[in-house]
Design a protein around this ligand. Structure first.
Ligand SMILES: *Cc1c(COP(=O)(O)O)cnc(C)c1O
Length: 356
């Protein structure tokens, strides 16, 4: 039986993406070849790459606004260093908002390239909220933030007005909600949270911000190199790009980001309402910053843990354990998670209450 997959990543994808991907592994576009064995230079795959890149701009509302789309390897973690390498000037300075494990990972890598100012951090409260008031140095080469903190279950509901390039790690909530994406100069996201299988990383960059550092950047780490080769500087992650394209097509058919945003809000409301209502549970993130993608919560009394764990597992739920740094539970409700699966979890929470 198919599980209700609450994994934080790699994570659930639409069923039709699994089916079409499986078919393409056997025979891609009736070519007599598997997607796993075709050349990335073949006409059929170049068409996949072109469509995927175009669809990203279309879904984000960035067509004709000076942005380029890349599908790179190395994960979002590689972007922790590619962003400063490409944007921080020699003897320059970058500003970072520290909202969690991934944000602090990005800060660590930026320090290799120059002065890295942490404008605010919620670390001392175990990242249970998003800092709201901070000053971004006017002479920073860019400001970096993390839109959704996958591990701690917090999400930036607004973004600061900045006069420097705005860089955002959107790994775990890209394509999940309507934003004015044109406010951002560089967006990156590992595919495996909301777009496709692990192995591809999406980079959306406003090209006018590139080429200004005075650094010599090794080609493979240079956004301009990848842009000039239309994301084919070297062999791209062919299969993850194809599966990502299928997910983007699915999203477009569904009505795009504004349609999925409503569904995501409904799912999140359903679960948070139960977390707040049910006396056995409590949420761990500040209410105003709660993520619509990753809901983190605890049992008020750990004595019920064994029973609850057995119950959700018996209900066909998978991947609900919280990250080790937070404990408790984390329900990741990415785009492809159906509301029916959220209802199954809510039902189990209510059954636990009625048994105690
Ligand atoms: C998972 C995650 C990462 C790390 O992604 P990798 O692709 O494993 O490098 C970075 N940032 C955020 C917000 C994430 O959720």
């Amino acid at each position: 039986m198919k599980k209700h997959n609450y994994s934080a990543g790699p994570c659930i994808l639409p069923q039709e993406v699994f089916e079409k991907s499986a078919q393409a592994i056997l025979d891609f576009n009736n070519s007599g070849l598997s997607i796993l064995e075709i050349s990335h230079r073949s006409k059929d795959f170049v068409a996949v790459m072109d469509e995927a890149r175009a669809l990203v701009l279309e879904l984000l509302g960035l067509e004709g606004k000076g942005y380029e789309v890349l599908f790179l390897g190395g994960g979002a973690s590689m972007q922790f260093l590619m962003a400063p390498y490409n944007l921080m000037k020699v003897n320059g300075k970058a500003a970072y908002l520290d909202t969690g494990t991934w944000a602090s990972g990005a800060i660590k890598e930026a320090k290799h390239f120059g002065e890295t100012v942490v404008v605010a951090s919620s670390k001392s409260e175990n990242y249970n909220h998003i800092p709201k008031s901070y000053i971004i140095p006017a002479d920073a080469d860019y400001f970096h933030c993390t839109s959704n903190n996958t591990i701690f279950g917090t999400q930036m509901k607004s973004f600061p007005e900045v006069n420097v390039p705005l860089v955002c790690d959107m790994s775990s909530d890209i394509f999940s909600r309507v934003l004015d994406f044109s406010k951002f100069d560089l967006i990156y996201a590992g595919a495996q949270k909301n777009m496709g299988p692990a192995g591809a990383t999406l980079v959306v960059v406003k090209t006018e911000i590139l080429g200004k550092t005075g650094r010599t950047i090794p080609s493979i780490l240079d956004y301009q190199q990848h842009v000039s080769k239309e994301s084919m500087y070297n062999t791209p992650p062919v299969f993850p790009v194809y599966a990502s394209l299928l997910t983007l097509q699915w999203l477009k058919k569904l009505g795009g980001i504004s349609a999925i945003e409503k569904i995501n809000e409904t799912k999140a409301n359903l679960l948070y309402t139960e977390i707040d209502r049910n006396p056995l549970f409590k949420g761990t993130a500040a209410k105003e910053d709660r993520s619509n993608m990753n809901a983190t919560f605890l049992l008020n009394d750990k004595v019920h843990q064994e029973k609850f764990d057995a119950m959700w597992k018996a209900a066909g739920i998978s991947g609900l354990a919280g990250h080790r740094s937070v404990g408790g539970y984390r329900a990741s409700m990415y785009n492809a998670m159906p509301i029916e699966s959220v209802q199954v979890l809510v039902d189990v929470m209510q059954q636990l209450e009625s048994k105690i």
